[in-house]
Design a protein around this ligand. Structure first.
Ligand code: GRG
Length: 288
């Protein structure tokens, strides 16, 4: 199946979920739907579906988990853009959620997306299938205090500080890497991948997450803000990143090397890894 078709399926799953949700006054859903609909590459859910597909092909089984991951990611972007965090005006080419709906509504839109993601996964778990409970636990943990939130705390605490290589890596391993890695591991868990593949995919996820973040920092310097759909703000916010730590040429080299290592890990799995290879290539070459 074509990767663009996965993207459409994820988007229509989320749209349908909120369209059919009975909340009385449907206008309360507007800020949530705004951020879900303004676009996004949908990398995390696509990674989850492609990994699952290596072992199983019942797309309807993985979609609620993939959509939950995208909902968690979108919540994190809404909150990250708030004045009390990164204070950004533009995201995915459109005004940030709080610029349109105000800070209180944007905060609540983020909270709702996180809670709804958990509701979706809990209702899947009611079937009692262990693989679903495991996948939900992996996704939930990755977004928590020993995952993405931990990374965000390190990020905020290190603003204006001179941080070392170890802290920079710890920050990104958690802030960006955890959701990417969890998407891959949850997909493999839902597909009931053998233990040895899970180990390989774990290393693949960690390397891909790191390459993704370094590429993000490269784009922050060299990218076109129109294509990126956001203001390139790390320099303004006085934040340490891979470019300030190593310089742009070294970062490009890291990115290429990590991508190569990702291909090698995928090649060592005795399954059809073509879709994951295509995404790995896309992430290295992306301009947004
Ligand atoms: C607020 C708890 C909390 C966490 C925020 C994800 C995050 C943590 C902050 C985002 C800041 C940022 C720009 C990080 C760099 C990597 C990253 C997550 C980029 C955005 O992800 P993409 O490129 O975005 O997948 P799209 O818009 O395509 O979904």
């Amino acid at each position: 199946m074509n990767i663009n078709i996965y993207k459409e399926k994820i988007e229509s799953w989320m749209e349908n979920y909120f369209k059919t949700k009975d909340v009385g006054d449907s206008s309360v859903l507007e800020p949530i739907i705004y951020s879900l609909k303004v676009g996004g590459k949908r990398i995390r859910p696509i990674l989850m579906i492609c990994t699952y597909n290596m072992y199983n092909n019942i797309i309807d089984e993985i979609l609620p988990f993939a959509a939950s991951m995208e909902m968690i990611h979108t919540y994190s972007l809404i909150h990250d853009d708030l004045p009390c965090m990164d204070d950004d005006d533009l995201r995915r080419g459109k005004p940030t959620n709080h610029k349109v709906y105000g800070e209180a509504m944007a905060t609540l839109a983020g909270d709702s997306l996180l809670n709804e993601a958990m509701n979706v996964m809990f209702s899947q778990c009611l079937s009692g299938e262990l693989k679903k409970i495991r996948a939900a636990a992996i996704i939930s943990k990755s977004s928590g205090i020993d995952g993405m939130i931990k990374g965000q705390i390190i990020d905020i605490r290190s603003e204006g500080q001179k941080i070392n290589e170890e802290i920079l890596l710890e920050m990104h391993k958690n802030k960006t890497g955890q959701l990417i890695s969890a998407s891959i591991i949850a997909g493999a868990t839902m597909g009931e991948a053998p233990e040895k593949d899970l180990e390989t995919l774990k290393s693949f996820g960690e390397k891909l997450g790191l390459a993704f973040q370094i590429k993000d920092d490269i784009l922050d310097v060299e990218g076109d803000s129109k294509l990126l759909g956001k203001t390139q703000s790390d320099g303004e916010n006085d934040k340490a990143n891979f470019i300030t730590m190593y310089g742009i040429n070294k970062c490009k080299e890291f990115c290429n090397n990590l991508t190569q290592e990702c291909y090698e890990l995928l090649n060592s799995i005795e399954r059809d890894t073509k879709e994951l290879e295509d995404i790995t290539k896309f992430l290295l070459e992306r301009e947004y």
